[in-house]
Design a protein around this ligand. Structure first.
Ligand code: KG4
Ligand code: ZN
Length: 351
């Protein structure tokens, strides 16, 4: 079984072909980083235009690398949301057009479900498992019970984890996107030099918060001589990254407790999303898994950040269960994985 996946919900245009034996036949990603860099963040209109300009070529390249034509596909999957709506529309229209022309079923995939199921593409992983999904738009702890079946155990009440990395990078004078830069500078810094808060640590529940930490970094930066010295920048990055990892570890430990009480057959702690590429966070979470008797699973870095292999795979999982979509599917800017979860409080909440 072969499925084409298309991803256009943020600032990566991507296409991939995946087979049901978990082989990735093709996986092409075009980052729009350079288009957005002058603005220090993603500009939705620029993103939509760039997707439109490149998506056909990327799909053709993925098909060429997979060595098949559209007739050889079993289904076509595209990200149907959540995300920047202009970009999502481009991917959905492209997917529908190919499905219609080739006479194949169409699947609208929730981008978050793509991240959530990635570890089942890379590993022989059974349900249920505990997932930390930490990206530029989200920070959630989810009980993954099956395809299309999620319980949100915790979410951010303000910024997403990746957003905090990006903003701290900006304050310290590093480029966009911030996560990889903060990680690189943190490696040279002293995490113990500045005392930064551990948001939500010890609080009941499994929710996250990053805006207080972000403000603490802002005040710290303002208190230091400018421009920041290399040592100061590195120490801030190290301190911030340690605070994020510490706070996420605390929330995750609580979620493991909840998960083990409610779904005792859970054996795995899984990470997904761009922030899951952070090696300090991975090491910390590996520790949490070890303490709590779970096995830690992290997809390779290229499958943590946005890609289309995860969309093709989630589409394939849905297709196997007969969960196809009709060609009148409407793109969704908001699309929570657990529709029954209470709305999170706070400013800037994405889901
Ligand atoms: O999942 P993703 O590629 O796109 C979204 O769906 O948001 O995540 C992008 C986010 C950005 O905020 C980026 O700064 C962050 O993931 N990120 C990292 C690292 N690599 C990417 N954050 C921390 N450490 C990293 N190594
Ligand atoms: Zn993503």
């Amino acid at each position: 079984m072969l499925v084409l996946g298309i991803e256009t919900s943020c600032d990566e245009t991507a296409a991939a072909v995946v087979r049901d034996d978990r082989t990735i036949l093709a996986d092409v990603v075009l980052s729009q980083l350079e288009d957005h860099r002058p603005f220090g963040g993603i500009v939705p209109e620029i993103a939509a235009r760039a997707h439109l300009e490149h998506v056909d070529r990327l799909v053709a390249e993925a098909m060429r690398r997979a060595g098949i034509g559209f007739a050889g596909l079993d289904a076509v999957a595209a990200t149907g949301g959540p995300g920047l709506i202009g970009g999502v529309m481009v991917g959905v229209m492209t997917g529908k057009a190919i499905a219609l022309a080739a006479g194949k079923p169409f699947l609208a995939v929730n981008h978050l479900e793509g991240h959530a199921l990635t570890a089942r593409l890379t590993h022989d992983l059974p349900f249920p498992y505990l997932l930390l999904l930490a990206s530029g738009g989200h920070c959630q702890l989810l009980a993954v019970l099956g395809v299309g079946s999620y319980r949100r155990l915790g979410t951010t009440i303000d910024d997403a984890a990746g957003e905090a990395f990006d903003k701290v990078a900006k304050m310290v004078g590093l480029g966009y996107p911030g996560g990889p830069q903060v990680q690189a500078w943190a490696a040279r810094g002293d995490a113990a030099r500045f005392a930064l808060p551990r948001p939500m640590k010890g609080k009941p529940g499994c929710d996250f918060s990053f805006s207080g930490l972000k403000n603490a970094v802002r005040l710290l930066v303002e208190s230091l001589p400018r421009p920041l010295s290399g040592t100061d920048a590195a120490d801030i990055c190290a301190g911030f990254q340690a605070a994020v990892a510490d706070s996420i570890a605390d929330r995750t430990r609580r979620a493991v407790g909840l998960m083990q009480r409610q779904w005792p057959d859970c054996r795995h702690l899984v990470v997904a999303g761009g922030v899951a590429a952070n090696s300090a966070l991975r090491a910390t979470l590996e520790g949490v898994a070890g303490e709590t008797g779970l096995t830690f699973l992290a997809p390779p870095l290229g499958l943590c950040t946005d890609n289309a292999a995860m969309i093709a795979w989630a589409g394939l999982e849905r297709f196997r269960l007969g969960l196809t979509d009709s060609l009148d599917f409407a793109p969704r800017p908001r699309w929570p994985l657990d529709p029954d979860a209470p709305k999170a409080r706070g400013a800037g909440v994405k889901a």
